[in-house]
Write a protein that binds this ligand. Structure first.
Ligand SMILES: O=C(O)C1=C[C@@H](OP(=O)(O)O)[C@@H](O)[C@H](O)C1
Ligand SMILES: C=C(OP(=O)(O)O)C(=O)O
Length: 430
């Protein structure tokens, strides 16, 4: 059932807001998987609670892992013997569909995987093939995607596999995350076009090392995880920097200032690249111990930008490009045709619908700004399409966003945070 439409609010003037962001999806889900494999109880502090992380917690519970809410908003994760017999709902979450099957190989019986209709067409085959190569039996209907069954036998041999990870970095991350508990560990080699979202693989490597696992990533296309125990974690989840993009973009669109406290000085989150993009587009961007402050100027500069490493940013950056003073090119993101929806097609259709001149290229978009007008903005079950529409709406009256609830994939509180940000401008200007 789709949720209601939402009229994206316009900004009456420059914003002056401070936005406290929820935790990172990618870190929360990695910590959950590692905690499930650990030797003791882990504590995740300030985890993201959104559809994708609740689905991950649900998947772990299906496998017999305890994930308990504690009063202060933390999650306590109690590992146990991994049990088969259940069904994992992947929703539309890439993390769940790519990270949990290797874990399910360690369960003591079959685990069935399915998800949203849109998840059934997301790329998955290299993970299933790799699992077979590592000694895990997987039944699927021959298409190499959801639905499928992983026939866990309580242990996984492991070893060396070669995969083509050009469709998603998550293929590599998923295999690495559970591999310390495989008898022989794992060596994953990539053979194919460039792997997208490499910072996400660095994040996987770093979180494994935080849990005491030995990883060799000295060669750019090969990752080796040694078999070992996994240490319990006690970790503070960083704010989600990709989900910061739309709030920071609002500073640029309105010529105002948006401050995000708690921005890490060092991070493996690919979303950190938003600082560079906003700088290229004419914002003043200051990172200091208080957090990140972005201030917009008189206009928005068009850009020629490669988002291969940080492709989650594409929808919001595309919206900014439609509001810019000069044409833009977004490159390096062919693989986002396999994200929540075909994002290149969706952005072309919806940005064109509000009046921009948008062309799809082989690996991105060419966007020539035109005077924009309000329109119905379809969201294709894609949280980041809602976020992109909200950015357009700041400067374009009459943007009506389809199925706004789909934003709950990573940010259930999006519309209230957005309204609060706009309201703060009134308070500061009063
Ligand atoms: O490992 C992760 O947590 C993610 C990796 C990236 O996937 P792709 O490599 O498929 O782009 C990113 O876009 C996704 O939102 C999250
Ligand atoms: C591509 C994304 O998600 P997923 O983890 O489902 O791949 C995203 O959040 O932009």
């Amino acid at each position: 059932m789709p949720s209601p439409d939402w009229s994206a609010p316009t900004a009456a003037g420059p914003l002056h807001a401070r936005v406290v962001l929820p935790g990172s999806k990618s870190l929360t889900n990695r910590y959950l998987v590692l905690s499930a494999l650990a030797g003791d109880v882990s504590r995740l502090r300030a985890p993201l609670r959104s559809r994708d992380t609740l689905l991950m917690a649900g998947a772990l519970r299906t496998l017999g892992v305890g994930v308990e809410d504690v009063d202060d908003g933390d999650w306590l994760v109690t590992p146990g013997r991994l049990v088969g017999g259940g069904v994992v709902d992947c929703g539309l979450a890439g993390n769940v569909m790519r990270f949990v099957p290797p874990l399910a190989g360690l369960a003591d019986g079959p685990v069935r995987f399915d998800g949203d209709e849109g998840a059934r067409v997301r790329p998955m085959a290299p993970v299933l093939e790799a699992l077979r190569g590592l000694g895990v039996e997987v039944d699927d209907d021959g298409r190499g995607g959801l639905p499928f069954t992983v026939r866990g036998r309580g242990s996984v041999r492991g070893g060396t596999v070669t995969i083509d990870a050009s469709a998603s970095s998550q293929f590599v991350s998923g295999l690495l995350l559970s591999a310390a508990r495989f008898d022989e560990g794992v060596t994953v080699r990539h053979d194919g076009k460039a792997v997208p979202s490499l910072p996400h693989i660095e994040m996987t490597v770093e979180t494994l090392r935080d849990a005491g696992v030995v990883v060799d990533d000295a060669d750019v296309h090969t990752w080796r995880v040694e078999p070992s125990e996994v240490n319990a974690l006690d970790v503070q989840v960083e704010p989600d920097l990709s989900n910061a993009a739309q709030f920071l973009a609002a500073a640029l669109v309105t010529g105002g200032t948006v401050h995000v406290p708690g921005w890490p000085q060092y991070t493996t989150q690919g979303g950190d690249f938003v600082r560079e993009v906003l700088d290229m587009m004419g914002a003043e961007v200051v990172l200091d111990r208080s957090g990140l402050t972005v201030t917009g100027g008189d206009g928005i500069l068009g850009v020629d930008v490669d988002l291969h490493d940080s492709s989650e940013l594409t929808p919001v950056v595309a919206a900014l490009c439609a509001l810019a003073d000069s044409p833009s090119v977004i490159r390096g993101v062919a693989h986002i045709r396999g994200h929540e929806t075909d994002r290149l097609a969706a952005l072309r259709a919806e940005l064109s619908g509000v009046g921009a001149d948008v062309q799809e290229t082989d690996d991105g978009l060419r966007i020539t700004p035109k005077p924009l007008r309000g329109n119905y903005f379809r969201t294709y079950h894609d949280h980041r399409m809602v976020m992109a529409a909200a950015v357009l709406g700041l400067a374009t009256p009459g943007v009506v966003v389809e199925d706004v609830g789909t934003v709950a994939k990573t940010m259930p509180e999006f519309t209230s945070l957005w309204d609060r940000m706009l309201h703060e401008r009134v308070a500061a200007g009063a």
